[in-house]
Write a protein that binds this ligand. Sequence first.
Ligand code: ARG
Length: 258
Amino acid sequence: MKKILNMALIGILVLGLVAVSGCADTTADGATEAETPVYKIGTEPYFPPFEYADENNEIIGFDVDLMNAIAEDQGFEIEWKDLEFDALIPALQSGQIDVIASGMTITEVREETVDFSTPYINAGLALAVAADNEDIKSVEDIAGKIAVVQQGSTGATKADELKEEGIIEEVIYLAHVSDIVLNIQSGRADFMINDLPVTKSYISQKPGVIKIVDDQIQSESYGFAVRTGNTEVLDLINAGLANVQEDGTYDEIMSKYF
Ligand code: ARG
């Protein structure tokens, strides 16, 4: 008897919970609130100052603040997804995420598989070597050398071109910029090709490890990416971006990180 009573009590509790959660988006006067859309945004958050974790393991950075400002302006919510850089486009295509905000360069090749927002910042590729390297003083000195780059990045594409042209000897592909620098430090690779603002940020955080020998081997602009044809989300991002650029929020975020 006691058992049956307990079961009944649990049943009532469960029913109660279902009822409460069922009411969640009904306002006091009984009207149903318009649901705030939640978009999943993918990023590789080891790329300061664009996306990285702070002391509390919270994801912050230029892209993160900018995307949050756009979301606030356009009335949507964000769920951040941490992915490897070369997994971002496949994740977008398969519907695992809705947007990429990851310091992603707008390229013609990528435009065949995703749609980009209007460009939100200019960046470019820099060539860096170990701080004590006397051998490589510019891009002219890389013949026969070994490059290290981030997997799936435009730096990797650039290094591939140099290898195909027979200029450099080998290309090492790694997932994170911190590992790339380790390969320079250990002498396993001679030079790295990476986004200038990120390489600069590394140098200011850890001076004396690497140095830049060419700060513009390729100029680039970043965009937020959505699935091809997803104008619904793209329009929100472009409208929000224009608004936050106009109302000064963009400049505030800029001066926070640069
Ligand atoms: N801008 C480069 C590219 O689009 C590298 C971006 C890497 N971003 C990152 N969060 N790891 O290929």
